[in-house]
Design a protein around this ligand. Sequence first.
Ligand code: ZN
Length: 119
Amino acid sequence: MKAKDVQYFKELLLKQRSEILNKTDSIKGEAPIESTGQGDEGDLAVSELTLSITLRLQERQTHLLQKIDRALGKIEEGSFGLCEQCEEALAINRLKARPVATLCIACKEEQESREKVFA
Ligand SMILES: [Zn+2]
């Protein structure tokens, strides 16, 4: 991959990373810190619902953040954009759509069909 492309993806990943971190902060800000012990059961149910949605969102964000960090690590190593399985270079268009991708389309499809068999 060209140095120019690597730089492009590095910036893209860093941008996504800071967006997630900003979002996670604002989610935390909105989450009820503790129950006041006041209010009726309706209020309580609503805040429990909000909390579970918040946690699920945070889980997904954390997961994505790990993928981004991994991709950034690969950029440092110089192995970014290579399929983890067959070591073929991933298509630039695929990486543009999904910079955290670690498998080429062929390996990804193979993995998915394998997952289906064992699901
Ligand atoms: Zn592959």
